[in-house]
Design a protein around this ligand. Structure first.
Ligand SMILES: NC(=O)c1ccc[n+]([C@@H]2O[C@H](COP(=O)([O-])OP(=O)(O)OC[C@H]3O[C@@H](n4cnc5c(N)ncnc54)[C@H](O)[C@@H]3O)[C@@H](O)[C@H]2O)c1
Length: 307
């Protein structure tokens, strides 16, 4: 298959590109390198350094005969979305719509969309949240993701596009960006490597559902197949506190640097955890990476990258 991966120079997208190429697909990457890195793009992928909003994106569809789109390009920072909701909406809503319009024009049926479980369900009514949990995003970032999910229903009904929506929890792993939803892992790794105490905001008992990027890649391998359509949570169903993450990373680093606590951040979500039962039942997906090993691997990646 010819697969267009937007954001394929970024953290999650670049791992997906590697896996699609390993599976024998031909991959085209669209990325403006705003946070992505050229060296993360697999050498066998066809790379276009271009903004999602550029009219020339049409030329890629004209030339590359795209069979499937995997849309990961986005403004990924919740904080940035609060500071500038219009900018967030421009890239995350309008950019996605432009891509959907091209999918409709060029009759690309398969469309995989990277959504979010964490920011979409907001402060949850129950734990873990399944896909039927009310969506109550409290940030412009979450609102934009939900809006694109709604547009995907419109394109499914009117243009025979087959969407697969993957609602990730907090994704961690090698190449991760400090601004993303599991940014805390890369921030702590970098602090520890500089022999600085990890800084925890608040009491550290806030929880997240940390899923490995390698499990997310497996979800994307399933998502691109013809019979995989619908909305699926991609997480572990387990809550891990920031205190636990910090302790595991300190252990992985072999250092004796106790964490420091700063005042809590305004509006920070307290708990988050999502149920992957539906994806498991329909397509056999489940997380396989053990958290402390995954964190060790991530710490080693950052150690190697500063050498
Ligand atoms: N990291 C997480 O925990 C997490 C959780 C839920 C959802 N997601 C979603 O997964 C996707 C990938 O996130 P990531 O963590 O890999 O972040 P990332 O910043 O590493 O990847 C995003 C990529 O998109 C590119 N990009 C941004 N704006 C662009 C534009 N206007 N035109 C072209 N390219 C553009 C960036 O250069 C980057 O390579 C995003 O859609 C994000 O919202 C991430």
């Amino acid at each position: 298959m010819n697969i267009l991966v937007t954001g394929g120079a970024g953290f999650i997208g670049s791992h997906i590109v590697d896996a699609y190429i390993r599976e024998g697909h031909r991959v085209v990457v669209l990325d403006n390198l705003s946070t992505g890195k050229r060296e993360q793009v697999h050498p066998d992928a066809t790379f276009y350094e271009i903004d999602l909003m550029a009219p020339e994106v049409k030329d890629i569809f004209e030339k590359e005969k795209i069979d499937a789109i995997n849309h990961h390009a986005a403004q990924i920072s919740v904080t940035q979305s609060v500071a500038d909701p219009a900018f967030d909406a421009e890239i995350n809503i309008v950019g996605s719509l432009k891509l959907l319009e091209l999918a409709a024009t060029y009759k690309v049926k398969k469309f995989v969309f990277a959504s979010t479980g964490g920011a979409l369900y907001g402060e949850q009514d129950y734990y873990p949240a399944d896909e039927a949990h009310p969506t109550q995003p409290i940030s412009p970032y979450g609102i934009a993701k939900l809006t694109v999910e709604r547009y995907l229903s419109y394109y499914r009904e009117n243009f025979s596009i087959h969407p697969t929506i993957l609602r990730y929890s907090n994704v961690y792993g090698p190449r991760q960006d400090p601004h993303g939803e599991a940014g805390v892992v890369s921030i702590f790794c970098k602090q520890l490597l500089k022999d600085q105490q990890p800084v925890i905001f608040g009491d550290g008992e806030q929880t997240r559902d940390f899923v490995s990027v390698f499990d997310v890649v497996n979800a994307n391998l399933k998502a691109v197949s013809e019979n995989c359509q619908g909305t699926y949570n991609v997480g572990t169903g387990k809550e891990t506190s920031v205190n636990t993450i910090t302790a595991l990373l300190i252990k992985a680093s072999g250092k004796t640097l106790p964490p420091r606590h700063n005042p809590p951040r305004m509006g920070e979500q307290r708990r988050s955890c999502i149920d992957y039962g539906k994806f498991n039942k329909d397509h056999g997906w489940q997380p396989t990476q053990v958290l402390d090993e995954g964190l060790k691997g991530t710490f080693n990646f950052f150690t190697d990258s500063v050498r």
